[in-house]
Ligand binder design. Structure first.
Ligand SMILES: [Zn+2]
Length: 235
């Protein structure tokens, strides 16, 4: 827990709750502090304080007071409201799913600034109109790579050679030579698309996405990454 006192924290709202007493409780992913619950007593009653600034996915500065018992919200300065996401139900649902994954997997009070950056990066690109399923792959892959649980998409896990086409073997990818039996191949073009989607800088990705027709089946690959992520917590 933080020392008693006033703080100006940077973060993003992951969850929002109103209690029956009219309090607003926010679960915010903060830079340097990780995810924490913040309470704004009575903020949901009468003339509502903070307006729309307590909605999930709001990025900003949060003026807080840490008492001996809990963290209180005093003011919010919105930096990004991600309006293009908010007004599109499909994008909003996508972004809320990412927020939910973070709620499920991040440890309260543990700083994870790299994951915060990865989240910001994908939301920014979603707001700019890039494909949601491609960005979900990027979001999951970069997060998991940071935690050391992402499969290697560059090299065969068995022989270490550079992957051209690849095959899943459990949670890792192997090359054609190392493959023992059947299984659907990830063709070279598809694999290189997965690599680009995960590894390009924000600026290069925007350029690249304009000039390609997508081949990769992101729904499958995103499901695979989510399974690996889930399993990595059971071990
Ligand atoms: Zn191999």
């Amino acid at each position: 827990m933080m020392k008693q006192g006033f703080y100006k924290l940077t973060g993003v709202v992951l969850r929002r709750r109103e209690t029956s007493e009219g309090d607003i409780r926010l679960y915010i992913l903060f830079r340097k502090h990780g995810p924490l619950w913040v309470i704004a007593p009575g903020a949901a009653r009468g003339r509502r304080r903070f307006g729309g600034a307590t909605e999930p996915l709001i990025w900003g500065y949060f003026g807080c007071y840490q008492s001996p018992k809990q963290l209180y919200l005093r003011e919010i300065e919105v930096k990004e409201d991600l309006w293009e996401i908010r007004k599109d139900p499909g994008k909003l649902e996508r972004a809320m799913n990412w927020a939910r994954l973070l709620v499920e997997h991040l440890l309260p009070g543990y700083p994870c600034d790299e994951v915060l950056s990865v989240f910001y990066d994908s939301l920014y690109l979603l707001d700019k109109g890039l494909d949601g399923s491609l960005l979900e792959w990027r979001f999951l892959y970069r997060w998991m790579k940071n935690w050391g649980v992402a499969p290697d998409i560059w090299h065969c896990s068995s022989c270490g050679e550079k992957l051209e086409e690849a095959y899943w073997q459990g949670d890792v990818l192997i090359c054609k030579k190392c493959r023992l039996n059947g299984g659907k191949a990830i063709a070279q073009a598809e694999l290189s698309e997965l690599v680009c989607a995960a590894a390009l800088s924000r600026k290069d990705l925007i350029k690249w996405a304009q000039n390609k027709s997508s081949k990769a089946n992101y729904v499958d690959y995103n499901g695979k990454l989510k399974d690996i992520l889930k399993r990595s917590f059971l071990n």
